[in-house]
Design a protein around this ligand. Structure first.
Ligand SMILES: Cc1cc2nc3c(=O)[nH]c(=O)nc-3n(C[C@H](O)[C@H](O)[C@H](O)COP(=O)(O)O)c2cc1C
Length: 426
């Protein structure tokens, strides 16, 4: 039978900047043994490392955060420079002098490595070290401690490929043992009882001679993160992409994005949105060639030279480069008739803005699926040529075209926009 002890280490003094944390821990826990795992609250690591700052908590969170993942009222869940996603960037105003806040250690894996080395030198023992912080979990009430730093410890135990008791091969089981150890330590540590350190004894098989990959190994790579986008990120995720990789577009993702487009608001409870998904190379070539001919004819009519025309039409290449083209269309049959031009035009505008809302939904939903898009005007300037080339049903008015694919390069940063310039508060 495997058994495990989790032992609180009382007797540590209040930690000040520059404190010899390893010395204090060794004095409080002189019977540390080979194979023990020291579980250390990040707060005392931060204090020893001088990561206590005077001033405003919100400002400190701004400085520590690289991305706001979710926000509700004053609560912000953010990603820190370390890649941790947690409330308030781990900035804490508890257990610190009034008017000061404690930041997370600059490099918690580095802190764990230094602590392990110093403890080893002092007591001649080989221990693992876990530096912990308290985090909430999405979908779960309450907080638990997790490992934000680790050294001398395999942070993950990989059961993948092993058979279970029924002989089925385990496919996803990767035990986050560093987090489990952090949570175990929290059972005996206390935020209010001055026990910021615990010893986990009985897991020597997880303690390694080398420092190992640290708790950084527990951070899920962005590309594998199904919940990457917080509510605050979703709209910002959509950017115009003009260069695509050759990777094909998942047809099911496109269908989900079109379903999202159909949730847009529309006048008179109407359903004015249609989407021509141009999958076949033949249909795409017909569309782009006919549009090119129409555009060239327009430019010749404007008096441009052949060289100028060639230069201009090259801009239309984005749709040739995109793995998939979708032509959003407006069906305005539900528009009410009016006897005068003013109201007729207003009615038309209503439907045109409605298709804009649907296309925005489409583009945002594609972005959430990890697909880049570029909505270009093209078909709007040659609606008959486009409708003819695609064989659109009567009443389908093409509203530009959307190139879809995987972005070949990351987008440039968005220009800063001063909110006040776009607002009138009356
Ligand atoms: C109705 C409409 C037509 C557009 N037409 C073109 C176009 O013909 N070619 C193009 O490269 N981008 C086109 N765009 C994309 C804009 O240039 C793009 O949205 C803008 O540069 C802002 O960049 P962002 O979308 O990444 O925020 C169009 C956008 C809209 C809404």
């Amino acid at each position: 039978m495997t058994s495990l002890s989790v032992i609180g280490v009382p007797g540590l003094p209040e930690i000040a900047a520059g404190a010899d944390l390893a010395g204090l821990i060794c004095a409080a826990a002189p019977d540390l043994r080979d194979g023990d795992i020291l579980v250390v609250t990040s707060k005392i690591v931060s204090k020893a490392e001088g990561r206590v700052v005077r001033g405003d908590r919100e400002r400190a969170i701004d400085d520590e955060a690289v991305r706001v993942v979710a926000r509700r009222g004053p609560t912000r869940i953010v990603e820190t420079r370390h890649g941790l996603v947690l409330a308030a960037a781990g900035v804490d105003s508890s257990n610190t002098a009034p008017g000061t806040v404690v930041l997370l250690p600059e490099d918690p894996d580095g802190s764990a490595r230094r602590l392990r080395k110093a403890v080893g030198q002092r007591l001649g023992v080989s221990v693992g070290v876990v530096v912990t912080d308290t985090m909430g979990r999405p979908w779960r009430v309450g907080q638990t401690d997790t490992a934000i730093g680790a050294a001398g410890l395999a942070p993950l135990r990989d059961h993948r490929g092993q058979p279970d008791t029924f002989g089925n091969t385990l496919e996803v089981t990767l035990a986050a043992v560093a987090d489990e150890i952090a949570a175990a330590g929290d059972l005996v540590k206390g935020k209010t009882t001055q026990v910021p350190v615990a010893i986990v004894r009985g897991l020597a098989e997880l303690v390694t001679g080398a420092d190992g990959p640290g708790a950084a190994a527990l951070i899920r790579p962005a590309a594998e993160d199904m919940f990457r986008l917080g509510a605050a990120d979703v709209l910002a995720e959509r950017r115009t992409v003009r260069d695509f990789t050759a990777e094909p577009v998942d047809a099911a993702a496109v269908r989900r994005a079109i379903a999202a487009a159909l949730t847009a608001p529309a006048p008179h409870h109407s359903e004015p949105w249609r989407f021509a998904v141009v999958e076949s190379e033949r249909a795409r070539t017909a569309l782009l060639d006919d549009m090119l001919a129409a555009w060239t004819a327009d430019l010749r009519g404007d008096g441009f030279t052949e060289e100028q025309i060639a230069r201009r039409v090259r801009r239309g290449d984005v749709l040739r480069r995109a793995p998939l083209v979708i032509v959003p269309c407006l069906v305005a049959e539900a528009a009410h008739p009016y006897p005068d031009q003013r109201r007729s035009a207003a009615e038309r505008t209503m439907f045109v803005v409605a298709i804009g809302a649907a296309v925005q939904n489409l583009l945002v939903a594609l972005a959430v699926e990890g697909l880049g898009s570029c909505w270009v005007s093209s078909t709007l300037f040659c609606p008959q040529a486009a409708a003819g080339a695609l064989g659109l049903p009567p009443g389908w008015e093409p509203m530009g075209a959307v190139g879809v694919g995987h972005a070949a390069t990351p987008p440039r940063p968005r220009p800063e926009r001063e909110l006040e310039r776009f607002m009138l508060t009356l």
